[in-house]
Structure formats: C-alpha cells, structure tokens
Design a protein around this ligand. Structure first.
Ligand SMILES: Cc1ncc(COP(=O)(O)O)c(C=O)c1O
Length: 446
C-alpha cells in the first residue's frame, strides 16, 4: 500500500473509530470467548459494528447511530426489520408452543405457498440452512442418478459442505485455463478427495460448459448453478443453455435459489425462464429465522418418502421445519405480492440509473450490477463475465468505500458484493445512498 492510500484509509478509519467506541469495546470482549469475535462473515476491519436493534429499513448500533440497512442480513430481511405481520405470526406460534416435536401444520402452509409460487416445485422438504439444502439436493441427485460426481461453476457459493466448497474463490494463478478451470479446495480441512469429485465450469461460456458436461456425462450426477452469483451479470440465454445442455446429457440440474425471491415472485427460475430438476432455498423463506428448503420433481423427491418400503434416503434434523420458522416464513412470503416486487423494481431501476450515471462521470472505474432487489459494486474496468473478472475488482478500494458509507449512515455488505433493498425503502433512501456513494468515492481515492 502506498503512503497516500495508507493515509486515506487512516482518515476514513479514524472517523469510523470515533463514531463507534462501544462497538470496539464489545468486539474486544467477544474476542475473549469467540475466535475472531463472532461468526466469520461478520468480521471486517478494523472491527465490526455491534447492532442493537432494527426498525423498518434502519439498523441502530450500540453507539445509537442509525444507518440505512442495505445488507439486510445477508439479503434475507426483504421486509426490513420488526415487520408487524411476521412478529404477530411468531407471537401466535410462541403462545401455542415453540418446539412440539411433531408436525404442526405450519410446514404444510409454507410448502403449499412455495409450490404455488415456483412452477418446478412438486414437493418440498425443509431444513435449517441453505448449506443443508444444497447438501441434501446433491445427495438426492447422486442417489437418483447413481453417478458420483457433481459440476459447479467457478466462483459459485452454495454453502459450507465439502463438494460445494470447491473453486469458490480460487487464486486465479492456481485455477487453470478460464475455459477449463481446475478444481481448487476453498477451505482448510476439506476431504482431500473433494476436488476429485467436482468438475468446475465457467460462467457465461456455453461452448465450454457443453464440452465439459458432455465429456463427463457418465459420471455426473448433477450440475449446480446459482444464476446470479455474487452478483455477476449472467446472461439469460446462458442459463437457458445450461438447462438445455444438462437435459441433452441426462444430467440433473439443481438451481441454487438460496437468494431467490429477490428477483421475481416465482424465484430466479421464473426470471431466467427455466425449470430445474431440483432447487435449493433459504434466507427469505424463513422470515429472518434459520431455514433451508429443497424441492423439485416428485419422482426425485420421492426418495425421501419412507412411509412405504425404505428408500435408503433420510433427511431430518432436530430443528428442521421448526414451527416458529415456518410461521415467520409464511408471513413473509405472503407479503411478497406483485405490488411489493413492483415497488422494489422501481427502486432498483432508480439505483441502476444512478450508478450508471455516476460511473460515467467519475474518474474511479467501477461497475454497478443490479438484479431484482440485489446489487453489487465492482472496482474494475474488465467486462464482468465470469469469476475471474469479478476477482479483478480492487478489494482495498471496496473496503474504503464500505467504511466511508458506514461513516455516512449506510450499512452495506462488506466487499459491496451482495447488497439488498428492502420493502420499506423509498426513493429517498436510494438517492441518499447514491449521494453518499459519490462522496465515498472521493474520500476513498483522496
Ligand atoms: C447462493 C447461496 N447458496 C447457499 C448459501 C448458503 O446458505 P446458508 O448460509 O444459509 O447456509 C448462500 C449463503 O449466503 C448463498 O448465497
């Protein structure tokens, strides 16, 4: 880091420190009993803010500073915070009992809602996280097809079990050719065989995907695809080509919809115009509580049905389909009406136009990507086509802008790569963010 950048960082960071003494104190205490202070994704330098409460589209930290929340708990809080209907549904279930060790009917309500929204869902099962949802979807695919390997896209994140922790963010110099990527382990402690079981595909390259899938078709159980990873602008025709290629090669397609319901009422698959064999859900579906769901073709999901002869497949979990979570999820989805999506589409159009205008008028090269109620900002001039172009983004610049936005009252995702709108937001919040972003650019490069 050169001296100028160092001083810029220090100025932004000095303001941050002045505004958040209680968060620093809390962080130091957290570190005494938890490695790194809290869960991994919460950490950012110099120390994360500790939040006290949320209301509508605002978060309040323990120094009582208010910020507009554009992170929305890893995109999950689509209704914002303290939503009255969700609170009421949760309270009603609390009064009936928290965990009753039996079906309560709540899961049927949420399952029916999901199946009625998402055309490809004939049957659904609930679990506790997006990680569990992709884990069980992959197991089902392996069991149904009786083939051992899976294919995933370079840069795609599908949770934290071994098969999907391959080539999530590989160092580009270790990742092989862009059109024939190597399998690279992402996390320490993974099984050494994990990389042998995963074939890696490049985004937005139909020719390469067709070639690689065809050559591995006899050993491939499934392709798992997040059609908006990161968020990278993934072409609709590309997503449709992946569906065609998997069908032609008789390989199952799992669509990762864990960040679904942020694009259309019927999930990402409605937007991209495809029908996957299986889908994995999470986040919004639990109304702010831990959740995962997987579903799809009835003939594949039937492997979970042990009411007749045992199928050899089992999916359960102490807290899966938890009554309170199911109630909160249903109360959330019911508010995601066509009008709600129209409101958020209006906000995201305003944001897209503002980011494009700003990008054309400032010296700092950046690109804003907006999809549904999600948006990302990348500091690179490279056309954004695949993981490698996202990896060329200037992470240090993103961090300075992120801290400057915090100082100005805007809470985004660290790295600025997966931000989200919420229903209580208005045009004023978008305009305010755009102004703050322009100022953050000036501060960050000063
Ligand atoms: C696309 C995608 N898939 C899967 C996951 C994993 O979900 P969870 O964190 O609930 O395990 C995430 C989490 O951010 C995600 O964004």
């Amino acid at each position: 880091m050169d001296q100028d950048t160092d001083q810029t960082e220090t100025a932004i960071e000095a303001t941050y420190r002045t505004e958040s003494p209680a968060s620093l104190e809390q962080f130091e205490r957290d570190c005494e009993s938890m490695p790194g202070g809290a869960k991994g994704a919460y950490y950012y330098g110099p120390y994360p803010l500790t939040m006290q409460r949320g209301e509508g589209c605002y978060l309040f930290d323990i120094d009582e500073r208010r910020r507009v929340d554009f992170a929305n708990h890893h995109t999950g809080q689509i209704l914002g915070h303290n939503n009255a209907a969700v609170n009421e549904a949760v309270q009603a279930q609390l009064e009936r009992g928290i965990a009753l060790g039996a079906p309560t009917g709540n899961e049927a309500g949420l399952a029916e809602e999901l199946c009625s929204r998402v055309v490809s869902l004939e049957r659904v099962r609930f679990c506790n996280s997006g990680t569990e949802a992709t884990l069980h979807a992959i197991r089902l695919a392996r069991g149904f097809s009786r083939r051992p390997k899976i294919a995933k896209f370079e840069g795609g994140y599908h949770g934290s079990h071994d098969p999907v922790e391959v080539s999530v963010a590989p160092p580009v110099e270790e990742a092989g050719p862009a059109d024939a990527p190597h399998s690279v382990a992402t996390a320490g402690g993974m099984s050494p065989s994990a990389t042998d079981e995963v074939i890696v595909l490049p985004y937005n390259n139909e020719e390469a995907v067709e070639r690689i899938v065809r050559s591995h078709r006899d050993e491939l159980a499934c392709v798992i695809l997040d059609p908006k990873t990161g968020i990278l602008p993934v072409r609709k025709e590309f997503v449709q080509a992946v569906r065609r290629i998997t069908e032609e090669n008789e390989v199952l397609l799992i669509l990762d919809e864990v960040v679904g319901f942020r694009v259309t009422r019927g999930g990402c698959q409605e937007h991209f115009g495809i029908s996957p064999d299986l889908s994995a859900f999470g986040k919004v579906v639990g109304g702010g509580f831990p959740v995962g769901a997987l579903g799809g073709r009835a003939d594949i999901m039937a492997l979970f049905d042990n009411s007749g002869d045992p199928t050899g497949f089992f999916q359960s979990g102490t807290f899966s389909a938890h009554a309170v979570v199911m109630a909160a999820g249903l109360a959330t989805l019911r508010q995601l009406t066509p009008e709600s999506f129209a409101h958020m589409d209006g906000l995201s159009e305003r944001l897209r136009a503002g980011l494009d205008e700003l990008s054309a008028s400032v010296d700092t090269p950046f690109q804003g990507v907006v999809l549904g109620s999600l948006f990302s900002v990348y500091f690179t001039e490279e056309p954004l086509v695949d993981y490698r172009s996202l990896a060329s983004s200037d992470g240090a610049m993103a961090h300075r802008v992120f801290l400057s936005l915090l100082n100005q009252g805007y809470y985004l995702s660290q790295g600025l790569s997966m931000n989200a709108l919420s229903l209580p937001m208005t045009d004023e919040h978008i305009d305010g963010l755009l102004l703050a972003f322009e100022r953050a650019l000036e501060e960050a490069r000063a």
